[in-house]
Design a protein around this ligand. Sequence first.
Ligand code: SAM
Ligand code: SF4
Length: 266
Amino acid sequence: MLDCFNRNIDYLRISVTDRCNLRCTYCMPAEGVAMLNHNDILSFDEIAEIVHYGVEHGVRKVRLTGGEPLIRKGIVNLVSMLSAIRGLDDLSLTTNGILLPEMANDLRKAGLKRVNISLDTLDPEKFASITRKGNVNDVLQGINAAIEAELLPVKLNCVISESSSEPDALMVKQFASEKNIEVRFIHLMNLETGEFSQVEGGEGGYCNTCNRLRLTAHGLLKPCLFSNEGFSVRELGIAEAYRLALKNKPESGSSSTSHNFYNIGG
Ligand code: SAM
Ligand code: SF4
């Protein structure tokens, strides 16, 4: 699929839920998000159909995200359904890692290839304060579980406020090198004001080579993280929603007042 600026769109990021078992200060309100009616959330059959259509038209990579994707009931089944789609070369997932100790093996068996795990600091108190309730040891166990289950390459996502040389980032970098895994440093962003920058060690934020579309848990296909546009697959049909998302993909991101990180998945 080519967009209006000749970029080859082959990557779909899917938010499978708005909800989360943490409350990171830069992502979620302290009280969490309102429970959505189950019928408002795309079913696994609907998600698989949207991925099928995408793959027939050139999508090669899918990443599951959230909210926290591992709290969506039956997520392992969704992974099985998507990994069976011929032509999909890469199926990955971004998680806070908390539930990986109990789920990593099943996810691997279901066909998940790899995971990105979010870790901003190794300091237990700071971690609890950033996530408003998390225990950093749960994430560390999750990282070990992912490595043991061979969800490789395991990559860490580390949000930084100033630079990748700040003390928490340096600690995460050192930890990653001991574990022989990669880290991507993501500058703290603000969707509303459109403050975004490039991901160090990753592909995000480079508008002229952007290859992504995003699907929200309610079925909006969004052309860009930093845009208010979104096209409902339920109202418009899958083909038309893809067509409009592609046609409306901006040359570069501006801002989004219609969505938050927890419902577009970062
Ligand atoms: N719950 C999963 C997790 O935390 O990895 C997946 C969803 S989370 C929204 C995806 C990524 O977005 C995480 O790496 C998170 O750190 C990042 N993120 C959330 N809010 C952000 C913000 N305001 N600026 C930059 N990155 C953000
Ligand atoms: Fe949850 Fe991930 Fe958002 Fe943190 S960044 S609140 S773990 S969705």
